[in-house]
Design a protein around this ligand. Sequence first.
Ligand code: ADP
Ligand code: MG
Length: 238
Amino acid sequence: MSFLEIANISKTFGNVTAVSDVSLEIARGEFVTFLGPSGSGKSTTLYMIAGFFEPTRGDVRLEGRSILSEPSNKRNIGMVFQRYTLFPHLSVAENVAFPLRVRRRPAAEIAGKVEEMLALVRLESFAGRMPAQLSGGQQQRVALARALAYNPPLLLMDEPLSALDKKLREEIQDEIRRIHRQTGVTILYVTHDQEEALSLSDRIALFNHGKIEQLGKGRELYEAPRTRFVADFIGHSN
Ligand code: ADP
Ligand code: MG
């Protein structure tokens, strides 16, 4: 049994096929990236796992159980999406505490967890700040702390760094890599940036027109591209 099993999922919007018969198995603790050009179906696939979209066909199993009938907030999946932003009226600490409050955890546990999570993303001294007082990179780190606060076994990230400049992107990439190592959380990551994918991932699923064109270690895609599309996309640098 794999940790996460995506079995023949498809999604159509009217007459647009966004995702077409995608299958993928992910092991516990793996870091897998969906890479591909804009419109290739990466986010739609992630949103079906998250529970924002219902697949037209197919199944998603997490630790052996089908999760499609479970509402998004019951799936125990952490999410960091570019548009799934911090609550602007809550402090940094309150943002991180939010998923624990929803789960009615005791106050002492919440306080301890907030401290632990802010240390994990190295923002201990920012607990009392409001989101508007933080830089974009700091906001993404708080979002990461919030997503991991209740120890979800799976973390989904959709282009979390695309709004940031290059230096900041590299800094937060290091952070993500360290957090993956430290927590052992399984990560599914979406980007259109092949350098980011190559530097972060255990495996890459390269999307094209709603399908996975090639799946493997970055090195395999780079050295043994199975199609012209893979060679062009992985080799191309921006
Ligand atoms: P990516 O994340 O790889 O850029 P998406 O998964 O967002 O691609 O989109 C895949 C295709 O599905 C695109 O053609 C897009 O226009 C279409 N699509 C995505 N979401 C919707 C939606 N809510 N309604 C209609 N079409 C959509
Ligand atoms: Mg997208």
